[in-house]
Each structure stands twice: as structure tokens, then as C-alpha cells.
Design a protein around this ligand. Structure first.
Ligand code: URA
Length: 264
């Protein structure tokens, strides 16, 4: 939906002129992560919009326009960001997020490149039935893997569980409720046995919507805690380490995609 006269999409408050033909977007959840990402792409990047949780910066890399847009937390706000960016002509979507690992082998600061996501998000089923897979585009996966190698960031490629809530849906007893509803008790162990690597809240929406809309989607998630080893607590330095590595890999992946044969 566009506003009359300005042609701005309603929630992102952006129009086609402002994004200068951008085909690529990096998608952090947190609006306060946009500036660091955009300036890593190019120090001269500029903020072009900020409405609610949606903050957008524009960067130039090799004369190409690249956006960084925050999605807010969770499925509904992420779906709006992707839908409206697609309306403006963006084609490649890379989520740059954080995650809680559920497997012993995964360490804080590693990144998880999602090949697919379990659709516990509660939003993506309004774009495609639950049987539809949430899978990343192979070119985005390849670029993220190459980027992790180049940056010497340890990585895993695999499946994330994208949940509609941070607390009960990720089996956290620390919720105000103080208990986990029965349907989520034992979920973490079940997901481990199903070869799922981590919990987060947006990947399945990015991947499902991109596939449905014939766009290229992928996610890189910085590990900020390990539920197997650390329980439910997150340390500030671990958050920073996870974020920093995910940003490093995502920014390099954009440059790899731009320099590839089909980089246009
Ligand atoms: N994000 C989540 O959704 N869960 C975590 O445990 C960490 C980050």
C-alpha cells in the first residue's frame, strides 16, 4: 500500500526515488543495529527513513545501492518489511540476526547460516500453507558460506526454529509466568533430535516470503548464547560478539553477490 502523492509505502515510509534502485537489503531486527551495518558497507552511508521499528539506511557499494532496514522483532513486523521492500523492487533479502544455539557443538560467536527454518512463527502461514518449506536461496547460502570463510568466522549451515515468542515458545521458564505451557515442554530436546541448530524469531518469515515472491532470501545468525551449556542467561559481551560476526559475514556476502556474474 502506497500513500497518495508521496508514493511512500505505508509502514517503511520510503518511496522508489529514495532507495535509488536498490536490489539488495540487509535486515537486522534492531533499528539501532542499522547504522553499524550500513557504515561497514560504506562509511558514507545515510539514513533515509525511520518510522516505528523500521529504520532504513542507504549505502553505495561499487556504485550500487544497498539498503539496511530493521524489521523489529518477530513475524508480523518482518512480513511487512519484506512485503513493502518487494513492492519497491528489492530482490535480495539477507537477515542479519542473533540466535540461541541448542546444540552442544555450537559456540558463542559462531554464525549459523540457515538452509531452512521450522515455521513456528505464526505469520508465514498467511502467505503459504504450513506444508510449504522455508528454505534459503542457494546463491545466498553460497555467498554467506564464502563470506564466513573469508572472514575466518566459524559457521554452521543448517536449520533454525523460528518461534512466535521469545519466552514460552522457546521453552524458557524465566518468563513472568514462571512455567512453560505443556505444548512447549520438551520442545528443545525434540528439536535437537530433529537436527535443528538454534532458536530465533524471523528466519522462517524471510525465507517463506522470499520463495513465494520469487525473491532471493537468506539468513546469517550470530550465536549469543548456548541453551545447552548456558541455560537462559545472555551476557552483554556474548551479544556483541554474535552481532559483530553476523554483520561481518553479511556485509562480505553482499560484496560477493555484487561481484558475481549475476550481481545485477
Ligand atoms: N533470539 C532468540 O529469539 N532467541 C535466543 O535465544 C536468542 C536470540
Amino acid at each position: 500500500m502506497q500513500m497518495k502523492k508521496s508514493g511512500k509505502v505505508y509502514h517503511l515510509n520510503l518511496n522508489k526515488d529514495q532507495i535509488q534502485g536498490a536490489k539488495y537489503v540487509l535486515l537486522p531486527g534492531d533499528p539501532f543495529r542499522c547504522e553499524a551495518i550500513a557504515k561497514k558497507l560504506n562509511i558514507q552511508s545515510k539514513q533515509i527513513a525511520w518510522k516505528r521499528e523500521y529504520r532504513t539506511w542507504l549505502s553505495k557499494v561499487n556504485d550500487k545501492s544497498i539498503l539496511t532496514t530493521s524489521t523489529g522483532i518477530g513475524g508480523p513486523s518482518t512480513s511487512i518489511a519484506i512485503d513493502e521492500l518487494a513492492q519497491l523492487g528489492v530482490k535480495v533479502f539477507i537477515r542479519v540476526g542473533t540466535t540461541g544455539a541448542i546444540r552442544k557443538k555450537v559456540n558463542i560467536g559462531d554464525v549459523i547460516i540457515t538452509s531452512g527454518a521450522v515455521r513456528f512463527d505464526g505469520t508465514s502461514t498467511q502467505y503459504a500453507p504450513i506444508e510449504y518449506p522455508a528454505v534459503a536461496h542457494y546463491r545466498v547460502i553460497n555467498a554467506l558460506v564464502e563470506a564466513a570463510h573469508q572472514q575466518n568466522v566459524p559457521y554452521y549451515v543448517g536449520i533454525a526454529a523460528s518461534c512466535a515468542t521469545f519466552y514460552p515458545g522457546q521453552e524458557r521458564k524465566e518468563s513472568f509466568l514462571g512455567f512453560v505451557p505443556r505444548r512447549f515442554q520438551g520442545l528443545t530436546d525434540e528439536l535437537r533430535r530433529l537436527n535443528v541448530l538454534c532458536y530465533e524469531m524471523e528466519a522462517s518469515v524471510v525465507l517463506t516470503l522470499c520463495s513465494v515472491m520469487r525473491l532471493m532470501g537468506g539468513c546469517v545468525l550470530g550465536v549469543i548464547l548456548n541453551r545447552y551449556k548456558d541455560g537462559e542467561k545472555i551476557a552483554l559481551e556474548d551479544l556483541e560478539k554474535g552481532e559483530e560476526n553476523a554483520i561481518k559475514v553479511a556485509v562480505r556476502a553482499i560484496k560477493i553477490l555484487l561481484s558475481s556474474k549475476n550481481g545485477d
